[in-house]
Design a protein around this ligand. Structure first.
Ligand code: SF4
Length: 192
């Protein structure tokens, strides 16, 4: 068994007990399914969003709605496919009406699944998408407008924050900044 197959097996073992998780309030507030994340289990970069939206909740896959399509197109524009990276969210269950997760929900799910996913995949780069994901990994006062696009160190992994693609859909003038930040993250792979 090679490294990729081994990590895939570990990820499946991690997910299995939590497919019907109700360990935080989001488990009982109308979500259809737990959206674990997908992609290359041996990826060098993990993209981390806030939480699943309606389409993600329906399909059980992360970033498949309009925001996800923007992320996928941006990756393609920069020469990589989403199958080569790993994509997930801080919380794995859709918050009602797409409200931001509470700190309790974020912390519970982060400790239960996200930190373990990172530990299994052992990427070189983390790219957080939006304020929620950045604050969940750093601290609740971290400002995306100040930190975006700049490589930081998080537990010996390079972390590059950028905007959430949903924000870019609402503010298309920021698209070049978003693309540049993702490019910075991908370029960092070659430097690390
Ligand atoms: S968001 Fe995470 S911790 Fe909360 S119920 Fe879903 S899987 Fe469990």
């Amino acid at each position: 068994m090679d490294s990729k197959q081994f990590k895939q097996q570990l990820l499946e073992q991690l997910y299995a007990p939590y497919k019907n998780c109700t360990l935080c309030p989001l488990g009982t507030q109308g979500r259809t399914q737990v959206v674990f994340g997908e992609g290359n289990p041996d990826a060098q970069i993990i993209f981390i969003g806030e939480g699943p939206g309606a389409k993600e909740d329906q399909q059980g896959r992360p970033f498949v709605g309009r925001s996800g399509q923007l992320l996928t197109r941006t990756l393609q524009h920069l020469g990589i496919t989403r199958e080569t990276v790993f994509i997930t969210n801080v919380v794995k269950c859709r918050p009602p009406n797409n409200r931001p997760p509470t700190p309790i929900e974020s912390n519970t799910c982060k400790n239960l699944l996200l930190l373990k996913q990172i530990k299994i995949i052992r990427p070189k780069i983390l790219c957080t998408l939006g304020s929620s994901a950045l604050q969940s990994l750093l601290d609740q006062t971290a400002k995306i407008t100040k930190l975006r696009g700049n490589p930081l160190q998080w537990q010996n992994i390079t972390l590059i924050p950028t905007y959430h693609p949903a924000y870019i859909l609402r503010n298309p003038r920021e698209l070049p900044t978003f693309v540049q930040d993702i490019k910075t993250a991908l370029d960092s792979l070659n430097k690390s």
